[in-house]
Design a protein around this ligand. Structure first.
Ligand code: F6R
Length: 269
């Protein structure tokens, strides 16, 4: 894991978008795994900006979203379909037939999940997986005690996640309790992962994930076993990391060739 502490959420967004843009420049037919929620929003805005400046072509890119609420139609305002179209897809030149978002209305969950995983395999796997982290340590919607080898399936949300996600729903509405999510094992097969977090609210769970024991109680801690994961966080989310000074030292002293290959020079502090 490479922990990169940046001044604020905007710098995290710029750095993550830069890494994705580099990947697409290297391989225009890249496969991206995408997340929803508040965390990746500024990064999507940054990708749109780079695209509008004519510097990023998504026409051959394929995308797979991590998760969706079961029972929500794609046009429901809180659905992840709506989120992705509003925050990213409607503003870039990605081809509609290369967008995959789990179908919350599927009639046959096991069959659908097997098909979704097969689609990921058919395009050669995910090059970069974007991840947020839940306040209970989930990645995707892999709640505490999810199998660390799990594949895509339905999952029941914890009360904590239901509370956290109320803000995306109208006050009169109930947050669905059941979701479809890529499994932890599915996520771990991505060649590169970028896990982002900002704000003091995420400080405790980031410390557990990066420096705590590997445990299914914090499913994100499995990223300790992933060979190429960048944890991009702001100062507020870094406050409980014991090794924060080391991560800063490492980032500042990264060899130039490595910086050039992967990182946004503007963000070197
Ligand atoms: C969303 C997802 C979730 C979120 C997590 C954090 O597709 O997979 O794991 O990344 O719940 O959500 P925010 O960013 O809203 O704090």
């Amino acid at each position: 894991m490479e922990v990169i502490i940046l001044p604020d959420a905007q710098a995290v967004a710029r750095q993550a978008a830069h890494l994705i843009a580099q990947q697409i420049h290297r391989n225009p037919a890249s496969v991206l795994g995408l997340a929803t929620g508040s965390t990746p929003e500024p990064m999507y805005a940054e990708l749109i900006r780079i695209h509008r400046e004519g510097k990023l072509d998504f026409s051959r890119v394929t995308t797979f979203n991590l998760d969706e609420y079961l029972g929500l139609s794609p046009d429901h305002p809180a659905s992840y379909h709506r989120f992705m179209h509003e925050k990213l897809f409607d503003h870039i030149n990605v081809s509609k037939d290369r967008i995959y978002i789990p179908d919350g209305l599927t009639a046959d969950v096991p069959k659908y999940c097997a098909w979704y995983e097969e689609r990921i395999r058919a395009v050669g796997g995910i090059d970069i997986q974007v991840l947020g982290i839940g306040s209970d340590g989930h990645i995707g919607f892999n709640e505490p005690t999810s199998s660390l080898a799990s594949r895509m399936r339905n999952k029941t949300l914890t009360q904590k996640t239901i509370e956290d996600n109320k803000r995306f729903f109208a006050p009169s509405e109930k947050v669905p309790t059941e979701v479809l999510t890529m499994g932890v094992g599915t996520i771990m097969e991505a060649r590169t992962c970028i896990l982002m977090a900002h704000g003091a609210r995420k400080a405790s769970v980031i410390a557990k994930m990066v420096e705590g024991p590997l445990t299914a109680m914090v499913t994100a801690s499995v990223m300790q076993l992933h060979p190429r994961t960048f944890v991009m966080i702001d100062e507020a989310a870094a406050t409980q990391l014991q090794m924060a000074d080391y991560y800063r030292f490492q980032w500042e002293n990264k060899p130039e060739w490595e910086k050039r290959a992967f990182f946004c020079h503007a963000d070197k502090r």
